[in-house]
Write a protein that binds this ligand. Sequence first.
Ligand code: URA
Ligand code: URA
Length: 180
Amino acid sequence: MVFGVGNIHADILFIGEAPGADEDSMGEPFVGKAGELLTRIITAMGLTRDQVYIANVLKCRPDTPGQFSGNRKPNPEEMATCLPFLQEQIELIRPKVLIALGATAIEGILGTSPIQVTKVRGQWMQFRNIPLMPTFHPAYLLRNESVTEKRKVWEDMMAVMEQIGMPISEKQRRFFTKPA
Ligand code: URA
Ligand code: URA
């Protein structure tokens, strides 16, 4: 089981989809390639993984029957089964803001599908009266290396920083803007 990691007094709670192979073996969310990118995003915000909280909708790796390993999308039943654990994490941590990473995480937490992340990202939603920022999954940014897409996620992170009253430096504001 991959429960979650970070600070139980965090202002920011990142929500992913489900553990992958690396997370499954380490027992910690976001420690593989996508996790390394998430860590870089957190660092760019001026924070460490110890200052935020990171969890997934699913607490176990979705298994793929007939195969040794798989990375399939969790099904609605699995997400509904695991959601009470995430809800309890949110109740206990009471973060100021939630960040949902990717369509599956957004679908899982809101219980609605399908969600088109390209349409909803960057627009504030709510979950149990807590502001929820939907954005792209870091794995998407690894597949799509374009600066434009990175900038979109970064703008979403700056909106989160503004929401909770974190200062944003001039250098941070310029991240992923093309040089003039
Ligand atoms: N600062 C922190 O220390 N934690 C957060 O989650 C956000 C800002
Ligand atoms: N992708 C996720 O959504 N969650 C993880 O923990 C790792 C990769």
